[in-house]
Ligand binder design. Sequence first.
Ligand SMILES: NC(=O)c1ccc[n+]([C@@H]2O[C@H](COP(=O)([O-])OP(=O)(O)OC[C@H]3O[C@@H](n4cnc5c(N)ncnc54)[C@H](OP(=O)(O)O)[C@@H]3O)[C@@H](O)[C@H]2O)c1
Length: 278
Amino acid sequence: MRIVITGALGQLGTAMQGALAKHDLVLVDIPDWDITDPQSVPRMAGLKPEVVIHCAAMTDVDGCTRNPDLAYHVNAFGTQNVALACQQAGAAMVHMSTNEVFSGNASLPYREFDTPLAINPYGASKLAAEQIAARLLHKLYVVRISWLFAPGWNNFVSKIVALADKHGQLQVVTDEVANPTYAPDLAAAVARLIQTGHYGIYHLVNEGYCSRYEFVVEILQQSGREHIPVKPITSDKFQRASTPPPFAPLRNTIGAELGITLRPWQEALADYFAERSG
Ligand SMILES: NC(=O)c1ccc[n+]([C@@H]2O[C@H](COP(=O)([O-])OP(=O)(O)OC[C@H]3O[C@@H](n4cnc5c(N)ncnc54)[C@H](OP(=O)(O)O)[C@@H]3O)[C@@H](O)[C@H]2O)c1
């Protein structure tokens, strides 16, 4: 299959390359290929893809709060261009989205059919992207994920390990809850999903969820740093530009109906550290 991957050089795009290696891949990323350039529409359609995996995005959540116009420019308008290219080429699109499309005021993990309500510019721009892609395309998979990590990338896990080594102690919030998601597991699940033709909304996250605090306790334990003290704090004590949804874990019900599930996040974290040390 001819598959275009946008944001191909990012954390997920790189994992997607591994999971889809047997296909005819076309890798697209800035600076050579900017999805916000309207000319990218005919250019991408001209590649005649059968599937476009759309990973490109402005993923700096705090940066999106500081510059919402740029967040909409890249995440919403850029996605519109990718969706139009898919429309012209007759390609299926996989739009990577986020748990931050939800408000986080739930008491149970969100299902695929729950009503989204974003509470920050990153989530709002990603929700706008979901909506515009859904208006333009029938052959659309929306894949929501959260707290992505992969070896060799700057992510929450690598940052916590670095901060633990630098400061010898940590303070971490208890009132932000989601699903740690291992990029290679997600990429393998997406590779299976695109074979189904079962278009719709998916929550493809590793099984289980936790608070940032619980995630850090597990990171320290698995990396041999369990002696580092971690103080639980609430988010009003942690200054950042963006307001994350407090309780926004995702529940994979539709993927599970198709037999597409991801293993528990703690097992995936063990593989992350094995890969990192190997
Ligand atoms: N990381 C997470 O925890 C997380 C959670 C939920 C959802 N997601 C979603 O998952 C997807 C992949 O995330 P990721 O962690 O792999 O992000 P990433 O590592 O930041 O990768 C995104 C890629 O897109 C590129 N890009 C940015 N603007 C572009 C543009 N205008 N045209 C073309 N390419 C552009 C980036 O280039 P530069 O690096 O040069 O900017 C980067 O290579 C995104 O849609 C994100 O919203 C991620």
